[in-house]
Design a protein around this ligand. Structure first.
Ligand code: NDP
Length: 324
């Protein structure tokens, strides 16, 4: 980014990834006063309902951003997705169309929007890479979310071809960390396990049930790591082609390994059992971060167990204020 005035608007700024970016920017400011030149604005749904075009444009009129990190989305875990595919599709299509159109209308210089590794085709060869986004139907459990996310790439191409806009997208793997959604009905697997295990410990339970077989494999990235990568993408990645932001392939872990790490961080002494009557979702969705590694070779990811430990500690300290 150049020396001219920079105003970065982060939609979805109150969520897991948004709060991660906020904390990285605050850390940066302490270390390097030059970053004061950038003004960062973190918005949540209270600032504007981005499903509404008028509210979206009013937000852009108010802040006149030069750059946008677009995170706002209806987000949820497997079970929430399965029950609300239509809502995921409609809400996310509206949010994305409104935000990208407002970015075009207000002459935003660069937008980084967010896809997800869970929107890739169900039948695919592994590892998944950036060229495969549109190569077949997504898993049936989350087709609403997936097709809406894929359309961001179509919008980015259209705005580039017709208007020369620099709107790009990144594709994170599963994110976890402080400020996650720990609700029993709509959370992702790691926050769900952290919250339910805390409940089990508070109840004095001797066993803890994990939904599904525990065998599916996932790549998990700590929210503070993805936050650093988002900021790097905004400043240094100049293509409109999607970029996968994921831990390395060999860092993929099973749900059972994640549950064991959470058990250790919680200090739970009971037994973990697996409820195979519950759905597993996709067995794996291994993504390649080769393109990222070529561009940003020496990025260091936080070790998984350390990140889990920090997240569990944060949850225990903030349980009264988190999204339950
Ligand atoms: P969160 O659920 O933590 O946060 C969602 C954010 O979107 C919140 O700030 C929320 O605002 C905002 N939002 C939701 N609906 C609206 C709306 N109608 N108008 C305005 N703002 C709205 O999500 P994450 O931080 O986990 O996700 C951020 C992005 O990363 C999303 O695009 C998601 O699809 C993507 N992603 C997430 C992954 C994950 O594992 N979490 C994995 C891959 C991609 P508020 O809280 O104020 O209501």
């Amino acid at each position: 980014m150049g020396p001219e005035e920079i105003v970065v608007l982060v939609t979805g700024g109150s969520g897991l990834v948004g709060q991660g970016i906020k904390s990285i920017i605050e850390d940066e400011r302490q270390l390097d006063p030059n970053t004061q030149k950038e003004q960062w604005i973190f918005c949540g749904s209270k600032d504007a309902d981005l499903r509404n075009k008028t509210e979206t444009e009013a937000l852009f009129e108010k802040y006149k951003p030069t750059h946008v990190i677009h995170l706002a989305a209806m987000v949820g875990g497997l079970f929430h997705n399965m029950a609300h595919n239509l809502d995921f599709f409609r809400d996310n299509m509206s949010i994305n169309d409104n935000v990208l159109y407002a970015s075009y209308k207000y002459k935003v210089k660069k937008v980084v929007s967010c896809l997800s590794t869970c929107i890739f085709p169900d039948k695919v060869t592994y590892p998944i890479d950036e060229t495969m986004v549109h190569n077949g139907p997504p898993h049936t459990s989350n087709y609403g979310y997936s097709y809406a996310k894929r359309m961001i790439d179509i919008l980015n191409r259209g705005y580039h071809d017709q208007h020369g806009c620099k709107f790009t997208s990144v594709i994170p793997c599963n994110v976890f960390g402080p400020h996650d959604n720990f609700s029993l009905t709509s959370s992702h697997v790691i926050p769900a396990l952290i919250r339910r295990m805390d409940d089990a410990m508070n109840n004095g339970d001797s066993t803890f049930s994990v939904w599904g077989s525990g065998t599916p494999l996932r790549q998990f990235i700590y929210s503070l790591d993805i936050a650093k990568l988002f900021v790097w993408t905004l400043r240094h990645y100049d293509s409109i082609e999607p970029l996968i932001l994921s831990v390395d392939e060999e860092d993929e872990v099973s749900i059972s390994k994640a549950a064991e790490a959470i058990k250790k961080a919680h200090g739970f002494t009971g037994e973990i059992i697996y409820d195979t009557s519950k759905a597993d979702g996709q067995y794996k969705k291994t993504a390649s971060n080769k393109k990222l590694r070529l561009l940003y070779r020496d990025f260091t990811f936080t070790p998984f167990e350390q990140a889990i430990h920090e997240t569990v500690t944060w949850f225990k300290e903030n349980r009264e204020h988190v999204r339950l």
